[in-house]
Design a protein around this ligand. Structure first.
Ligand code: FES
Length: 111
């Protein structure tokens, strides 16, 4: 079972994750108030995380195209709604509802 280390505004959490699940759901189900304003459709980038260690897997075309529009993001930034957890990862959560004072958005689907 992959282990996710997640740095948040309130500290670091270690989470046991089911392989194959969307990273955004793993984080949210662990109580982290990550934003996902477009509902997990690679449109908003609010679910972005910085990958500090581990392999988040291949980047798909919708994610690559959406991130290419943004300026000033590190190359290690990924959209957690597009990442399927396969291996241990260490990530920094970059946008949280409580910090940005925004509603999280519709919950992304499991599929
Ligand atoms: S890009 Fe909007 S939730 Fe991931």
């Amino acid at each position: 079972m992959p282990v996710i280390q997640a740095e948040t505004a309130t500290g670091t959490q270690e989470i046991d994750a089911e392989a194959g699940r969307k990273l955004v759901l793993v984080l949210e189900d662990a109580g982290i108030d990550i934003l996902h304003r477009c509902g997990g459709n690679a449109k908003c980038t609010t679910c972005r995380v910085e990958v500090l260690a581990g392999d988040p897997g291949e980047i798909g075309e919708p994610e690559r195209a959406r991130l290419a529009v943004e300026t000033g993001l590190a190359e290690t930034v990924r959209l957690s709604c597009q990442v399927r957890v396969q291996d241990d990862l260490k990530v920094r959560v970059l946008r949280q509802a409580s910090i940005d004072n925004l509603a999280p958005g519709n919950r992304p689907t499991e599929e």
